[in-house]
Design a protein around this ligand. Structure first.
Ligand SMILES: Cc1cc2nc3c(=O)[nH]c(=O)nc-3n(C[C@H](O)[C@H](O)[C@H](O)COP(=O)(O)OP(=O)(O)OC[C@H]3O[C@@H](n4cnc5c(N)ncnc54)[C@H](O)[C@@H]3O)c2cc1C
Length: 536
């Protein structure tokens, strides 16, 4: 049987980092197993291609959550990357470290070493661009696109200013609170990812083996120690491989807990229900799920928006030519341009709302995926928000012992009073922004939800009817000291099991205030460092 020192399951945002860092030491033989295929495709490299990969089953697991009572029993679409680079190859590119208190809260839950002061230096290994509080020397290029932002973003920032929300140059700098323009993960107009900057350069090392289009279906054990994995290759063959030091799960917040449960690590009753031999009764596997929920308010505009540039074929052609010749323009950008980390009222201890200003709109294709290249054929834009730190917790569980059956995801949205209070504050703020003069003077009516909806009840009902995930599931293999309520310890070792770590977004104790890619990459850098320190 083939034997390696480490086996990494999943070459996503986190797995690519782990693969690179482990193989820097030439003594380590590392195998990376990835269910998806290559990320060398046009729609992955071009930022606007996010609109295509969003619903492309060739690169996307295309999960569907269970009917969610908090969202009028709607079943939400949950895309996840199934390709080299994982969700980092199909995401909206926004780069947000999160707020210092996010990490301080992780440490306060009993996870020593994860506080902001301890983890902050790690970002300089990740980012290669200077930020306002220092110059970094890492691998990923974080691009400041403020010069390219659509002119309407200026009005958005002026409206925020009128309401007292001040400009910040860099959400990742010394002053993350405020409103500004999102920085994105691109280089020379192309998508930047951990696959491109961490995994690919490491592939020339003789001690790294990557196998794509292979699906890990089970962990193998000797007693309570994980000794390897079983996977299916593209031809359907079942192959077993061994790891002498450690197996690392980097399958993401849906697939890592699924694989644990399929392998007999999970809530005992669930495993018994599916006749899976119990290796360890681990009640927290799949629990604690957190995500960000967002809603968009759509406005007709009296002045041109991005719709005017992209809706017609001629406009598309022009944008395409500009992109090919200069690697700039709307095709090189994220859909999210204006942003914000703000407190809805002075009593909030830290920013409780994240804002988005998008100088385009897609009401004519609502429900049809992300038709970013086909915006509405009239001038319009949208304002959105999500609560930074929701307190609702959902869960996921396998529906079958068959690894090809997707797990059932129960988001349990809006199940706490705090989350409803944040939603009401966010809705009111969007309306206040739209009523502030710099935006009000160019608005030609609210398309959605529509100005006839005014009462709290109507607006909350509209939120339940239209809100959607912003694709940030986390915490399903939560890090913490107590094996009853968490899955991994502060060094990301699975409680009660030897030879097994989890390094991906599933280990967050709580969701960070902003987008989750940068924090996941941080977890991967720190996780890899700990693997190297502890000879597992
Ligand atoms: C549509 C979308 C938009 C987003 N927008 C943003 C954004 O703008 N900014 C931001 O910061 N974050 C964004 N995110 C979230 C961010 O991309 C994720 O939080 C992050 O990529 C998670 O990294 P991960 O390593 O935990 O998992 P992933 O990157 O999802 O990696 C998991 C990998 O494991 C593989 N895998 C899973 N199971 C198996 C198995 N059994 N065998 C073999 N391989 C397996 C998967 O195929 C995948 O490649 C977005 C996500 C999505 C889906």
């Amino acid at each position: 049987m083939e034997t390696f020192d480490y086996i990494v399951v999943g070459a996503g945002s986190a797995g690519c980092v782990v693969a690179n860092r482990l193989t820097e030491n030439t003594q380590h033989r590392v195998l990376v197993l990835e269910a998806g295929g290559t990320d060398r495709t046009f729609w992955i490299r071009v930022p606007i291609g996010y609109g295509r990969t969003f619903t492309d089953p060739k690169v996307n697991w295309m999960y569907e959550a269970q009917p969610d009572a908090g969202l009028n029993n709607r079943s939400a679409f949950w895309p996840r990357g199934k390709v080299m680079g994982g969700s980092g190859s199909i995401n909206a590119l926004v780069y947000m470290r999160g707020l210092p208190n996010d990490y301080d809260d992780w440490a306060a839950e009993g996870n020593a070493g994860w506080d902001w002061n301890s983890i902050k230096p790690i970002f300089s290994r990740i980012e290669d661009s200077g930020t306002v509080d220092g110059h970094s020397t890492g691998k990923l290029h974080v691009t400041d696109v403020s010069e390219m932002a659509h002119p309407l973003c200026k009005r958005y920032l002026q409206a925020c200013d009128l309401l007292g929300y001040k400009f910040t140059k860099d959400f990742n700098g010394a002053h993350p609170e405020g409103v500004g323009i999102y920085r994105i993960l691109t280089r020379h107009g192309f998508r930047e990812s951990t696959s491109i900057r961490y995994l690919r350069p490491a592939l020339s090392r003789p001690n790294l083996t990557l196998r794509t289009k292979v699906r890990v279906t089970r962990l193998t054990f000797e007693g309570q120690r994980v000794v390897g994995v079983i996977y299916r290759d593209a031809a359907g063959a079942q192959i077993e491989v061994r790891a002498t030091r450690s197996v690392v799960l980097s399958g993401g917040a849906i697939n890592s807990p699924q694989l644990l449960q399929l392998s007999g690590i999970g809530p005992k009753e669930l495993l018994e229900k599916h006749q899976i031999p119990v290796v360890l009764n681990a009640p927290a596997v799949g629990r604690n799920l957190q995500d960000h929920l967002s809603i968009s308010y759509f406005y007709r505009s009296k002045v041109p928006t991005l719709n005017n540039e992209l809706a017609s074929w001629l406009g598309k052609l022009k944008a395409g030519i500009r992109y090919v010749l200069t690697r700039t323009g709307p095709l090189s950008m994220s859909v999210n341009q204006g942003g914000g980390f703000i407190r809805s009222d002075a009593n909030q201890p830290t920013p409780n709302l994240q804002l988005y200003f998008n100088p385009a709109s897609y009401t004519t294709s609502l429900g049809l995926g992300r038709k970013l290249m086909n915006p509405d054929p009239f001038a319009a834009f949208l304002l959105s928000f999500n609560a930074c730190r929701p307190t609702s917790r959902g869960h996921l569980e396998i529906q079958s012992a068959d690894p090809w059956v997707a797990p059932a995801i129960y988001p349990n949205s809006l199940s706490t009073d705090k989350d409803i209070a944040d939603v009401m504050a966010g809705i009111k703020l969007l309306r206040q922004l739209a009523n502030a003069q710099p935006l009000a003077e160019i608005i030609n009516g609210e398309i959605l939800p529509g100005s006839e909806k005014q009462s709290d009840e109507e607006l909350l009902e509209d939120f339940r009817a239209r809100a959607s995930t912003v694709y940030h599931p986390t915490c399903t293999c939560k890090m913490g000291p107590d094996p009853l309520t968490s899955v991994v310890d502060q060094r990301l070792r699975v409680h009660g099991i030897e030879g097994l770590r989890i390094i991906d977004a599933s280990v967050f104790p709580t969701v960070t205030s902003g987008n989750t890619n940068a924090p996941t990459i941080l977890v991967a850098e720190k996780g890899a460092q700990m693997l190297l320190e502890d000879v597992a």
